[in-house]
Structures are given as C-alpha cells and as structure tokens.
Write a protein that binds this ligand. Sequence first.
Ligand SMILES: [Zn+2]
Length: 496
Amino acid sequence: MTVTLPPYEDVVARYEPVIGLETHVELGTNTKMFCGCPTDFGGQPNTRICPVCLGLAGSLPVANKAAIEATIRIGLALNCTIATWCRFARKNYFYPDMPKNYQISQYDEPLCIDGWLDVEVDGELVRIGIERVHLEEDTGKTLHVGGATGRIHGATESLVDYNRAGIPLVEIVTKPIPGTGALAPIVARAYVTELRDVIRSLDVSDVRMEQGSLRCDVNTSLNLPGEEWGTRTETKNVNSLRSVERAVRSEIIRQASVLDAGGRIVQETRHFHEDTGDTTSGRSKETATDYRYFPEPDLVPLAPDASWVASLKESLPELPRLHRKRLQTEWGLSDLDMQSVVNAGAVELIEQTIAAGTTPEGARKWWLGELARRANETGIELAAVGASPAHVAELQRLVDEGKLNDKLARTVLEGVIAGEGTPAEIMTARGLEVVSDTGALTAAVDEAIAANPDVAEKIREGKVAAAGALIGAVMKATRGQADAKTVRELIISRLS
Ligand SMILES: [Zn+2]
C-alpha cells in the first residue's frame, strides 16, 4: 500500500508540532554505577562484569560518587535545582539485557529538576525547559545473529553482552517544547547539539552518538491551532544529529497523514530508520504504573551537601555558548562567519589550530575550505577527516614561511589525510617545497622568455602586466613549485 504523504510545508502550515527530547548520556567514569567493573567501550563480550552488575543473588550495589558528582555538574550547567535529598528507585521490567529484571533509576525524586538551556536557532535564542536530570544504570546489549538485518525477526540466535550493564547513565528530559512551528526539527537538532557541547565542556562523557554514549529519543505530537496538544509518539534509534532533525520531520509528516485521514495517533515507541529516514511502529508505550516503581531498598538516599554543590557550581567551566561568543570576538568574526564555523563543527578544531600557533584566518581557511569540502564529500565529521589541528598549524606555518604556496599546500594536505606523515615530512618526501633560489629558477625563466618572444617584447615596452603569462609558463615547467614572487622579479630584471 502506498500512501502519498503531504508536503512538510503544508503540514506545518496547518498543524502545530510539540516536541520533547529525552537524552541518555553514558558517563565517562572509570567504573560502573554500582560496582567496580571498568567502563571502557568495546572489549570481548562479558569480560567486564561481576556479581553486582550481573544481578546475582546476594550482591549489593554501592553508588559511584564520581557519577553523582558528574550528574550534579550537568544539572548545574543546565540551570537546574539540585535536590537536597532524593532516592534511587527500582524500575521493574523484564528484558534479557537487564540481568536484575529491574533497572536502578530515579523516579519521582530526581537529582536535578527544573532548569533550562538556551540554544541558538537562526541567530535567535530559544530557551528549552529542562524537566529533570536523573541518574540510572545502563542495560546490556542484545545481538541478534543469523538473520539478514541484525533484527530479531529472522534471527536464529540472540546473544547478550553485559559489559555495558551498569554503566552510569544520565537521563536529561526536556519540558514539552511548543511554539516552534516549522522550525521544530531544527530546534530539536540545535538542542541536542548544544547539550552535547555543554556535556563535553564538563568533561564527564565523550558524548559520541555513533558509539551510543549520547542517545536521543524524540517525542513528537501535532495539534490544530487553539486545540489541546495531541497524542505523542516516542522515536528511538536516533543515532546522529542529522537523524534527530530527520526523525522529527518525518514523524510530523506521518502524524499529519494519519490525522488528515481521520485516524488517531497511538501512543507508542517508534523506530527511526537511518536508511529510509522514516519511522516504524515499535511497542505501545508503557506507562509509569507498568514499571511498578518503588524506592530502591539496597541503597541509602542521596543527600548532596550544600557546600559541595556550591563548590561544584563554582568550578563549572565557561559554557559553550558564552565560550563561542568570546571566541567570535577574539577571532574578529561576523555573526554569519561564526555561524558557518559552528555549522561546520569547526569551533574546537580552529581553536586548537590557533593554540598550535596559527592565526584565526589561517586556521579558518583550511578547516572551512579544503577540509570541510572533503568532509562533505565523504560524509564524515570534520574532526574525523584525517588532519589534526597540529597538522593544519604546521601546514599554514610552511605557507607563511614561503616553503609552500597554497597549491602545493593542498597537495601536502592530501598526503596528510592519506596518512603519509606530517606536512613537513610529506613536503620533503615528495619534493614539494617551493623553489625560490634564483639560480635554480633562472634557466626556467630564460626558457619561458625564449619560448614567448611576443610577450617578452611587451614587457620590454613596459607592459609589466603581461608578465603573468611568463610566470604561468615557469610555474608549469616547475610543476607549480616556483616561488611566483621570485619568478616575477627575475622576469622583470631580465627584460628591463
Ligand atoms: Zn560489575
């Protein structure tokens, strides 16, 4: 059955979307939330486990102080109130990757409540309300094998890896976000981006969506203007910033087509598919009563000391939005130029390149030019393109010293990306250095003059602008390695 979906612009002209985001962040603590097992990503399955995170009878959890501290710092950075007293709760549900058949989480007594995060969308600040920030433990991972898709359907076996079970997980829940209209998908993406940057600045998680240390569920509903908010769906499996935007957009269109046909939106979880960009129905959404929450009897309540919280607040770093403002001033960029740096994901890269000794212009030229182009072409993030800030700083230094011109530098950069070494190493190994030695260039200049007598005559008559043709000939003869300025001087001196 093919359903013709209404165009997005048409949908958002008739319906008002309300979005909400639930983000899970795996903390980068050394050990798990309630035991001493290591938390490193990867590793042989079921090697980072113990009786506590396997939920064996008689084992008892002990809360990880570093995880609590990290959660409070996230809460403070998001302008939340920190609870003076709160408890962990058992969230009961049966799932093979949950060894205890319950998850230790927080329910009606979260550690941090009622904050906000300002995000910039098209130059305007949008304040996103934060409902709560709470601490829980991650589940293990189920792997379905023997089928074509890696999904449970068609699989012959399901394998469970408990290495991830018990890793501290912070859940950050926004308040519902109404009133964003057609911009809802962009606001959702901007929020997750800003949240990621805030958490990265706190140095409490590596927040890598592709590795699952930052995971996002997107709630979406539609209503007609003036009417109550609609029933919301929760889209899971949203594994990149781009997918956050696509998931909201596609769910807005899907819900509109259901409503247009007189249908009803079912409260459910839906799965986002990276390949097609649409969502399919998951399970009908449990309500809180299904989880039979009750206070975790194996753990004492959490009562963070006010002076401890105050000292954590005191030690918060400069947050990303203010940091970017300061950099913009230091780098002397317009709002628009700074926006393109932010959009390219190049703020930190440029910052580090400048710290390695380059001017802001020099750093920006490479990251937003050649390297951004390559990242776009290959569909990878700028930071993963294969050149480091130190490489770029060295490359620009060689240009500034006159050892490379821009064209040669681009060739050297290709070598850096290909993993051939540092810019200086590649320049030497490939013999790419600019030739400015007059002795070495004189022969090439004389040949160019001999081969282009008409041009030479013009220059002799004082038409210096004609020298360009001869410079071009010398450049060609020296495979672009001649120093153009030296060549020009040689030509003029030989023809005057
Ligand atoms: Zn353990």
